[in-house]
Write a protein that binds this ligand. Structure first.
Ligand code: AMP
Ligand code: MG
Length: 354
């Protein structure tokens, strides 16, 4: 791949520099790639109606071409042009949760390039809740296709420096607007079946959707269940290993005190073999692990939004500590915990029920 002189621009979300937004929008209109902050994670944006620009996203990220992209809009009226038949529930959900971390999968309009949808007959759309993202979409006047701005398979970027580490030299510009708020990606909800299906848990929780919709299903693969051999996943992204740091992740789930005992024993055994051990622990249980292990804190069990905000950043920090293995404490799968555990299960090479 040809080396690109990536521009790095600082933008203050509370006081946008209009000249920078205009330059970034001009790059998007010309078919370029611009990374930008959203309230979930950093996205890698391109003109969602330009085949070549969208193909360049896959190339820069090393993303498998059958893993479709989300189109980002700046207001709900933009969605009408992107779907040939907007389901009734879409309006209700847009009113309730947009701008915000909820992506809706709806029947696609004809003119959306096959490169965006990975050949599916549906398209995923979302309105982000971030002043920089919204300003960029408005200034370009286009739906912006934007997956997370990381090398495919790596933890999603929650800071501009993560984007630089993965994509500097491969994309046109990075808008640095400080840390992304939530730290996890959007919830992907399929509205093309009678009962909506959560294809990926994220910022808007199952409980919140259930309250608004009454009926909502969680796709079995979200819960880590294997699909029957003859069945393909409804969201192509779910078949790939994802969110993984370089060092292997071993995940321990179950009762917190049993998790602590199991991780301690495993850490002692690995340390005895001369391995460099990392432990990702909740604040409540971080004390008392073997002192030779590198311990990073995930956040609290009591308030899992703190764990969501730090998860991807901590996984990248372990790479810098060059540990041989990362032992991770699992948390409860209620609320945002479902999204956190979905990412950890996907990142893990080994899982234990304690
Ligand atoms: P990312 O862009 O990395 O946040 O990933 C986007 C997620 O949305 C992936 O898991 C995709 O598989 C999923 N997705 C995008 N478009 C569709 C679609 N039309 N149908 C089902 N899932 C989709
Ligand atoms: Mg991603």
């Amino acid at each position: 791949m040809e080396y690109i002189n990536t521009k790095n621009w600082l933008v203050r979300p509370a006081q946008l520099d209009e000249a920078i937004i205009q330059q970034a929008a001009a790059m998007i209109k010309k078919g370029g790639l611009v990374a930008f902050p959203t309230e979930t994670v950093y996205g890698l944006g391109a003109n969602g109606l330009d085949r070549k620009a969208v193909a360049a996203i896959y190339c820069a990220k090393g993303r498998p071409s059958d893993n479709p992209l989300i189109l980002h809009v700046a207001d709900t009226s933009m969605v009408k042009d992107l779907s040939r038949n907007l389901p009734d529930k879409a309006s209700l959900l847009m009113r309730k949760f947009w701008p915000g971390p909820l992506t809706l999968v709806v029947p696609k309009a004809k003119h959306i390039p096959v490169e965006v949808t990975g050949g599916l007959d549906t398209v995923a759309v979302r309105m982000p809740d971030h002043p920089v993202a919204l300003a960029l979409i408005r200034a370009s006047g286009l739906p912006i296709a934007a997956p997370s701005a990381n090398q495919s398979g790596r933890p999603s970027p929650t800071k501009a420096e993560h984007v630089q580490a993965d994509l500097q030299g491969r994309i046109d510009a990075i808008l640095d607007g400080g840390p992304a708020g939530l730290g996890l990606e959007s919830t992907v909800l399929d509205l093309t079946s009678k009962v909506p299906v959560i294809l990926r848990p994220g910022g808007v929780t199952y409980e919140e959707l259930k309250e608004v919709l009454g009926d909502v299903i969680i796709d079995p693969s979200v819960l880590g269940k294997k699909l029957p051999k003859d069945q393909v996943p409804r969201s192509p992204g779910m078949k790939y290993r994802h969110y993984a740091p370089t060092s292997p992740v071993i995940l321990f789930e179950g009762e917190p005190h049993k998790i602590k005992t199991a991780i301690t024993e495993r850490a002692q055994a690995l340390l005895a073999q001369g391995k460099k051990v990392g432990i990702l622990a909740t604040e409540e249980q971080a004390q008392g692990y073997p002192p030779q292990a590198k311990i990073l804190k995930l956040g609290t069990r009591e308030n899992p939004t703190t764990a969501a905000a730090s998860l991807f950043s901590r996984l990248r920090e372990f790479d810098q500590l060059h540990v041989d293995v990362i032992l991770v404490e699992g948390i409860a799968t209620t609320g945002i915990g479902l999204a956190i555990m979905n990412r950890l299960r996907r990142a893990a090479v080994e899982k234990f029920e304690c």
